[in-house]
Structure formats: C-alpha cells, structure tokens
Design a protein around this ligand. Structure first.
Ligand SMILES: N[C@@H](CCC[C@H](N)C(=O)O)C(=O)O
Length: 292
C-alpha cells in the first residue's frame, strides 16, 4: 500500500490515496501504522477517497483505530494532496465574508458534511496554506454530545479527580471540551488529566480536551489531549472550538490567533454566516510503502 506522510502543524497522519489503493480494514491499519516504534508513526490514518458529491471524500481514524467525524489539520492536508497530485483542479473562487478571496478552492466530503476550502498556491504551483470553512459550531449539549440538557454549555462544572473544573463545550462535527486556565498551559499535566476528561461520564462519545491561556482578546495559547490519539502538537477542530469558547465566555474576539505546540492557526468565527474559518499550513513529508 502506497502512502504519504503529511502534517498540519505537527499533527501528523498517514494519508492513503484511495483513488488507487484499497484499505480493507482501516481501523486495524490505523493502529499498526500509527505506532511510533513498530509502524510509520503518526497521530492516525486518513483516507482520501472518491466522492459522488464533492471533489474528494476524507475518512479519518485516530491512532486507537476509532473513526472521527472531522479533522481540521487533516482536511488542510487532504486539500493539499488533492490539488498537488492533480485529483481535482480546484479552479473556482472561495472567499471569507468581508475578507480574503482565494483563486482556487475545493469541496471535501467529511463526517460533518461537505466543507469548502480556499487554497493559497505558491510560485512552485503547490498549496502552501489552506483556509477551511469549518461550518457552524454546534452548541446544544445533546448535539455535541454532552450529557447536559442545555442549549449552550458555558463554564459548566465538571468534577475531575476531586477537583471541580469549569468547561465550555463546542461541537465542530466532533466533540470538544475547553478549559480556560489563568496559571499558564504549562501547568497542565496532560497525561494525567487528559484521559480522565476524555473518558468522563459526561461525554457519551468521549471528548477532545483543550486547555487555553488567553493572552489578549485576539490571541491565546492552547494544549490538547485528543480523543483516540492522546497528546498531539495541534488540533484544528479543537482550535476552532477554543476560538468559539473564547467568544461565548467573553474572553476573546471573533478573530483570533491560536498558538499551538506545533505552530499557529488563524481563526475567525464570522458573524455574517455563523461559520468558523480556520487558516493554516499543510506539509507533505515523505512517501512510502506499507507491506500489509
Ligand atoms: N487532530 C484533529 C482531530 C482528530 C479527531 C479527534 N481526535 C476526534 O476523535 O474527534 C484536528 O486537527 O481537528
């Protein structure tokens, strides 16, 4: 099986072009191929497949083999692969209301529907940066899902190992719980608290957990424990959820820069269409062949 290793801000996945390859058991392959000692090493597996309704369809599997609805860093890499490898031409325009216009765009079918993306193409004809319309955030408790019968889950208490924390929950197709911390994100012991939050009874489908330090209304730093993959260097859907949580709690403005361990993302929860726009890089690292 031919594969391509790609990353978005260090959130790395093994990508398989399913226009050419067939992956019989992606859940099992994801676990084996993601292993950093016995496999290729990645946060998971992403399949780029033909679609009847969009340019391509993506399926993403965490390193524990679970399938997630969406991956923000992954979709930027899917767009780069699709354009750079000629799977689609992407020759129509894409614009962010009242902001940038991109000459090239793509439509990607995901577990949360069809998402549109604008491509910034460099002088070498390859995609350098991608802006994704991540859709409208999901705020109702049961839709995220969180086991709380609330229209919005803002600064609600959650007990973790005897401590009562305050969480704001946002769905970006997949579920996110955001914790604002005053004492800096380095004070968070992710391997200890991450699994407790991910598997807490309040989250029927588990959850991605993020800890956020706000520096200014337009700037924050975040660290992440991802559902199904643990600590990652970046989480795109998570950054969008943190941007939305910042607005809901009155801590940030709608346009923000998120600092993640692997680099920065630009976020815009646009008032005009209620959609979240996320802009960041996508990088191809190497190609290889997996024997199984
Ligand atoms: N790294 C991703 C999110 C991947 C899926 C997540 N772990 C989940 O299970 O929901 C991103 O960049 O959004």
């Amino acid at each position: 099986m031919k594969f391509t290793k790609m990353h978005g801000l260090g959130n790395d996945y093994v990508y398989v072009n399913c226009f050419e390859e067939k992956v019989e058991n992606p859940e099992e392959v994801a676990v084996k191929i993601s292993d950093r000692h016995f496999g290729v090493g990645a946060d998971g597996l992403i399949l780029i497949c033909p679609s009847d309704v969009a340019d391509v369809r993506m399926r993403m599997f965490n390193s524990d083999g679970s399938e997630a609805q969406m991956c923000g860093n992954g979709i930027r890499c899917v767009a780069k692969y699709t354009f750079d490898h000629g799977l689609a031409r992407g020759d129509s325009e894409f614009s962010v209301p009242g902001q940038e216009t991109f000459k090239n765009s793509l439509r990607v079918e995901t577990g949360r529907g069809i998402l549109k993306l604008g491509l910034a193409v460099g002088d070498d004809g390859k995609v350098e940066k991608v802006c994704v319309n991540m859709g409208q955030p999901i705020l109702k408790g049961e839709d995220i899902p969180v086991a709380l019968n609330l229209d919005e889950v803002i600064e609600e208490p959650i007990e973790v190992e005897g401590d009562v924390l305050r969480m704001t929950c946002v769905g970006m197709g997949n579920p996110h719980a955001v914790f604002f911390v005053d004492e800096g994100v380095n004070s968070i012991v992710l391997p200890k608290i991450g699994p407790k939050v991910e598997n807490h009874d309040l989250f029927p489908e588990r959850v991605n957990g993020h800890w956020v330090e706000v520096h200014a209304p337009d700037e924050f730093t975040m660290v992440t424990w991802e559902r199904g993959s643990g600590i990652t260097m970046a989480c795109g859907t998570g950054a969008c959820a943190c941007g939305v949580a910042g607005v809901l709690t009155g801590k940030t403005e709608r346009v923000t820069k998120a600092h993640l361990p692997g680099g920065d993302l630009e976020l815009n929860w646009c008032e005009e269409d209620n959609c979240v726009y996320m802009t960041g890089p996508a990088t191809e690292v190497f190609t290889g062949e997996w024997p199984e």
